[in-house]
Design a protein around this ligand. Structure first.
Ligand SMILES: Cc1cc2nc3c(=O)[nH]c(=O)nc-3n(C[C@H](O)[C@H](O)[C@H](O)COP(=O)(O)O)c2cc1C
Length: 301
């Protein structure tokens, strides 16, 4: 491991390291207005949800590195504490990139980026028509985390209204990631498309009812075949196999074939069983895998 001490780094070095490793980040396309009512639209990937009752979103326009000044979005929310945060789809990410250019104060980035302003219902800043999800928010607080360039300004927003296009909902009325096709921010110039092969599902483990990795036999925990993810799946089982279930495995034909094939050599036998268990886990037969593994750890060769 290489260990960095932020105190000995430039803020740009630290920024690159943090932005390149805290990934993927969602992108808030924040629409605000200044005290003259002029619209402003800028993307921020220092952004997330921090509570749902009430709905709280936070994004952070950092202080400019060039002259330590506040960005226009930050100045705007301090005088008109309202913002619309629009989700960014892959279809609009080039226009959003354009909205992220440092235009002069008062320049309307809706025009620069070619995005369409849409009146909001509860706040003064516009929504972005092209975005399928728009959060109308009031700004509760802005917390400054430092005085120099790169310092954060945490804009704490309360969600007043959520507008979502029916075209991005699944059959249960829930947001469908494949239909949403949102873009995420990575380090450097990289972006991420949050659909297709990038998506996978994990069923929630059964809270306090799962056995945990620590309940697995040492031979299983130390396996050179099973991965950390395999151990995670096994640890999510609700119970350890009972003695009769283990006996059934030990007496089974396949188990005895493996013993013969390994010529009763412990390491070879363990390798065969652990590979078979991996296959079962891959087919979602996790408890079957657990029975095999526990039986193999108990059997005397
Ligand atoms: C995808 C993307 C994400 C960005 N994320 C941030 C961010 O989280 N914080 C920030 O200060 N600037 C971020 N920027 C840069 C700002 O959008 C840029 O400085 C913008 O000009 C600020 O506009 P404003 O001065 O009108 O507020 C990002 C730019 C892009 C393209």
């Amino acid at each position: 491991m290489i260990t960095y001490n932020p105190a000995t780094m430039t803020s740009l070095q630290l920024q690159k390291l943090l932005q390149g490793t805290i990934i993927p980040r969602p992108i808030a396309l924040a629409s605000t207005i200044d005290n003259l009512g002029r619209p402003n639209l800028s993307p921020f990937s220092f952004y997330n949800v921090f509570g749902t009752n009430p709905g709280v979103l936070v994004f952070s326009p950092v202080k400019r590195r060039s002259d330590h000044s506040f960005k226009d979005t930050c100045l705007n929310v301090k005088v008109i504490p309202e913002v619309v945060i629009n989700a960014v789809t892959t279809d609009m990410v080039e226009q959003v990139n354009l909205a992220g250019c440092e235009f002069d104060r008062g320049v309307n980035e809706f025009l620069k980026a070619g995005l369409t302003p849409l009146s909001s219902e509860l706040v003064r800043p516009f929504r972005v028509m092209e975005s399928p999800v728009q959060f109308e928010c009031s700004v509760k607080q802005v917390i400054e985390t430092g005085k120099r360039g790169g310092a954060g300004n945490l804009v704490i927003c309360e969600v007043l209204a959520v507008h979502i296009s029916g075209s991005v909902l699944d059959g249960h009325g829930q947001p469908d990631p494949n239909k949403l096709d949102l873009a995420g921010r990575m380090g450097g110039d990289y972006y991420l498309r949050t659909t297709g092969k990038a998506l996978f599902r994990i069923a929630r483990a059964k809270d306090k009812f799962c056995i945990g990795v620590d309940a697995l036999p040492e031979e299983v925990r130390m396996s050179s075949v099973l991965t950390g993810n395999d151990l995670g799946r096994l640890g999510g089982c609700e119970k350890m196999p009972e003695a009769p279930e283990i006996m059934d495995v030990i007496k089974s034909e396949i188990f005895n074939k493996w013993i013969t094939r390994s010529e009763s050599k412990r390491e070879t036998f363990t390798g065969i069983v652990h590979n078979a268990a991996r296959e079962l886990i891959g087919r979602n037969e996790v408890y079957e895998a657990l029975k095999l593994l526990v039986a193999s750890a108990r059997v005397e060769l």
